[in-house]
Design a protein around this ligand. Structure first.
Ligand code: NDP
Length: 329
């Protein structure tokens, strides 16, 4: 097979550099399914990896991009055949395996998800890791008893990829959604996705007591730190808090009071290390009962592969809303 284009991340003398290179399929990290990549996306983690703002890769060099969708070119795994449409999110791509920012990728059969009926390759990347994670959070909350009647669900980091999709999914299932966002310019988008109320994160009175007045039925938290602490202290009896991200901080300082006096559950969400049957199930739901109603609004940018290097800065500087799809080939 001829050489193809890849966005490759290097570490040299402790410094990260990244750019377009040409490479061959044989040079890709090992895997049993070769995929012609049609679309990828940008997650916060991708921006950290490509710019060096955070340490994401565990080996160098690698092609960036934790997500990809495309068509199988060849497979040593009998579950896949040439021409089949597939997607891959996370699973070590752009950490220890070459990722989706390349015209071809190689993955492991267990990581590959057949594109669910009713979902396009574009929509699969409109969702990407962010959409999968939002749906996983909702599924785990409901598995643990969350219901709309328990009260409003707070979504923090609301204007981001996970946040916008979480709002759309929760509102679609009948939850009253309260968005916490630092960006006034995102208000119209968040309202159009189904947020009933928007709190400006800078203006929230976080309180100090181990338990404050119970206000929320549950929460989807993308930011960690003081806001997550506040959520543990203000969530009502039996509410679930899905802990997804650390956009503000990796710290969580709370007490056992919310857990032993209100029965609050803190659910850890790890999109990468989910058992395969759970991943396949969540993707099927994203094409059926959890299909976002407004993915066209969530995808705020569709960019060409050539434009990728210029797109990361806005993510690192928190100047982006919604999701960016990257058209690879
Ligand atoms: P985005 O960059 O798209 O969105 C993050 C949002 O967080 C921003 O839009 C902003 O929302 C808010 N934010 C940014 N900086 C701060 C800050 N200093 N303090 C408070 N809020 C801030 O990221 P994603 O939606 O892709 O990911 C969200 C988080 O979840 C990230 O930390 C990511 O690493 C993590 N993640 C974890 C996964 C898992 O498996 N556990 C999977 C996917 C993502 P606003 O301006 O509206 O407040």
């Amino acid at each position: 097979m001829n050489a193809f284009k890849a966005f490759r991340i290097h570490e040299r003398d402790g410094k990260i550099s990244a750019g377009f290179e040409r490479m061959t399929v044989d040079a890709l990290t090992a895997g049993d399914v070769v995929i012609r990549v049609k679309y990828s996306s940008i997650n916060y983690k991708d921006a950290l990896a490509a710019t060096g703002a955070g340490k994401i890769l565990r080996k160098y060099p690698l092609n960036g991009g934790i997500d990809l969708s495309g068509e199988v070119v060849s497979s040593e795994d009998a579950r896949y055949e040439p021409g089949q449409k597939v997607l891959v999110t996370g699973c070590g791509h752009s950490e220890t395996l070459d990722g989706g920012y390349a015209e071809f990728a190689r993955s492991k059969g267990d990581f590959v998800i057949p594109l669910p009926d009713g979902m396009s390759l574009f929509d699969a990347m409109g969702l990407g890791t962010a959409g999968f994670t939002a749906a996983l959070a909702l599924a785990r909350m409901e598995q643990n008893g969350q219901k709309p009647a328990m009260g409003p669900i707070v979504v923090t980091g609301a204007s981001g990829g996970v946040g916008t999709i979480a709002i759309d999914l929760l509102a679609g299932r009948g939850y009253e959604v309260v968005a916490v966002s630092g960006k006034p310019e995102a208000d119209a988008l968040l309202t159009s996705l189904g947020a009933a109320k928007i709190l400006r994160r800078q203006d929230i009175d976080l309180g100090k007591r181990p338990l404050e007045a119970a206000q929320w039925g549950g929460a989807v938290d993308n930011v960690g730190g003081d806001i997550l602490t506040w959520l543990t202290r203000t969530t009502d009896n039996w509410g679930n808090i899905a802990s997804i991200g650390l956009a503000a901080s990796h710290k969580l300082e709370t007490t056992v009071m919310p857990f032993i006096l209100r029965g609050v559950s803190l659910l850890g969400i790890n999109s990468s290390a989910m058992p395969r049957d759970v991943r396949v199930g969540i993707w099927k739901r994203l094409a059926t009962d959890l299909k976002p109603r407004h993915l066209d609004r969530v995808v705020t940018h569709t960019i060409r592969f050539d434009d990728l290097p210029d797109a990361f800065d806005d993510y690192v500087k928190n100047r982006i809303m919604g999701r960016t799809v990257v058209q690879i080939s």
